[in-house]
Design a protein. Structure first.
Length: 374
């Protein structure tokens, strides 16, 4: 019997199907109808969930957009950034200044340009990218801990400006966020009845957040799967070898820093619309550390990992707050237990340690039982 005949009649490996796909591969790749069912559920949530859970979901969407941008920078290119919260603040406050009206509040004469809010949102994202562009020459030349320390300075600069530039930011108390208007439709608390369900700002913003997250994820996935993504990974794995092969290392580093800043700006705009008020204290060091935790837990260099990590880190304090009465050791501040926000930091801090030690690729790299490493 010839070798070709032997190969033709050889039994298929255990677990393989007629099409050559193993059972574990099929488990790892959900069927299209599962994705369709998940999409339908997401679209139906505003009809069944209350405002608390919708806002929690919107926070997770905004966090996922920002985490995707940081994962492009840190996970795919290997550039450590500790200043991601600064660019979220640029997006959030940029939208308020560009789209808000001049007014007086809490003793501050607030400056506003009164632009159409859809245009203000676009310009706020571009403004965050411009801020990243101003920093990009430094980002193109520094790496590792040196870049992390340099971006850390952005947090201190940003906090000083946010607290002291009262005419722009409103100072400690922040400033109100103008509702977004798009194609004549306003995302505010004015009720719009849809299928006998009153839609207010959270319900309306839900679909806007889904669209922004989908567009952000698809664009990042296209970047990572194309030539730029291969160049970024080459820079991360071996910068000198990438330069020898003709990759313009400094230019790619600077460019991805600008792109990451624009993602953060978009996340900041969405956060501002959900909060309906910007507060300087929110955009501090802790927020930047949370974003780093998101991409480590979810998986470095993965769009899906950024979304998973963002959902875990952003939803955890919301869940603990909601169920604090029935959870041991967790209670409201001043009642003797651990505050939900503090407890959530303990938990996702432990998750970061566990992922680094036992699952270096993050949750997105989980293997199904029996799957062989490639």
């Amino acid at each position: 019997m010839s070798e070709a005949t032997k190969d033709a009649v050889a039994p298929a490996p255990a677990g393989a199907t007629a099409t050559g796909t193993s059972f574990t591969d099929r488990l790892r790749r959900p069927a299209p109808y599962l994705w369709l069912a998940g999409s339908v559920l997401l679209l139906l949530f505003p009809f069944y969930l209350d405002r608390f859970w919708l806002q929690a979901g919107l926070f997770a969407m905004a966090a996922a957009i920002g985490a995707i941008g940081l994962n492009l920078l840190t996970g795919s290119t290997g550039q450590l950034s500790m200043g991601h919260a600064f660019f979220l603040a640029v997006g959030a406050y940029g939208y308020c200044i560009l789209g808000g009206e001049s007014s007086t509040e809490n003793g501050h004469a607030l400056t506003g340009l009164g632009l159409p809010t859809w245009l203000a949102a676009v310009l706020a994202v571009l403004l965050a990218g411009a801020a990243g562009g101003l920093f990009s020459p430094i980002a193109g030349r520094l790496s590792g801990a040196y870049l992390g320390i340099a971006t850390l300075a952005l947090i201190f600069i940003g906090q000083h400006v946010l607290f002291n530039a009262g005419s722009l930011t409103g100072g400690f108390n922040g400033r109100p966020v103008p509702p977004l208007s798009l194609f004549g439709f306003t995302f505010d608390d004015a009720e719009v009845v849809v299928a006998a369900v009153p839609f207010q700002s959270s319900e309306k913003l839900w679909y806007l957040g889904l669209a922004a997250l989908l567009a952000s994820g698809l664009f990042a996935r296209g970047v990572l799967r194309g030539r730029p993504g291969r160049a970024l990974n080459a820079i991360r794995d071996h910068r000198i070898a990438a330069g020898v092969m003709g990759v313009p290392v400094a230019r790619y580093r600077a460019g991805v820093f600008v792109l990451s800043s624009m993602y953060a700006g978009l996340a900041g705009v969405l956060l501002a619309l959900v909060f309906q008020r910007t507060v300087p204290e929110y955009f501090g060091m802790i927020l930047s550390l949370e974003y780093l935790a998101m991409i480590v837990i979810g998986g470095l260099g993965s769009v899906a990992g950024a979304v998973i990590g963002a959902a875990f880190v952003s939803l955890l304090p919301q869940v603990l707050t909601h169920y604090s009465d029935s959870l041991p050791l967790v209670s409201a501040p001043g009642t003797g237990g651990i505050a939900p926000g503090e407890a959530s930091r303990y938990l996702y801090g432990a998750a970061v340690v566990a992922v680094v030690l036992f699952l270096p690729g993050g949750i997105a790299r989980l293997k199904t039982p029996g799957e062989k490493k490639k």
